[in-house]
Write a new protein. Structure first.
Length: 125
């Protein structure tokens, strides 16, 4: 079962691994440092925590550890979204969508995509 709640930097680590497939802790640190400074030791600690949660694992080649995701990105998104809907919006997807439409900037292109998704959903039994 994928974890539904990850910290902000844990999620960024997962995104690096989802994008790359596998990486060393140093490669992950370098990728994260392109956006915001983070210590390599912090990344190593967070990777250990992600391993404990069952989100990542590693293989060793010599003295180098290569980390890779055990959780698929879409599975994490589905579980995290469901958790958010249940905890924050009382299980009502419509309340989440209404909140996003009222309080977030939504481009005309995004609104069109949402409209198309609604139309597709209506056609399904």
């Amino acid at each position: 079962m994928p974890p539904s709640q990850l910290g902000r930097v844990q999620l960024r680590i997962m995104q690096v691994l989802w994008d790359r497939g596998r990486s060393t802790a140093r490669e992950i640190t370098d990728a994260l440092n392109e956006e915001q400074a983070i210590a390599h030791s912090t990344v190593q600690t967070l990777l250990r925590g992600l391993e404990e949660k069952g989100a990542v694992s590693h293989e060793s080649e010599g003295r180098t550890f290569y980390f890779f995701p055990l959780v698929k990105e879409d599975n994490y998104q589905r579980k995290a979204t469901n958790d958010l809907v249940q905890r924050v919006f009382g299980g009502k997807v419509s309340d989440l969508v209404a909140h996003l439409l009222k309080h977030e900037k939504v481009s005309p292109d995004e609104l069109e995509q949402i409209r198309q998704l609604i139309q597709q959903r209506r056609k399904k039994p």
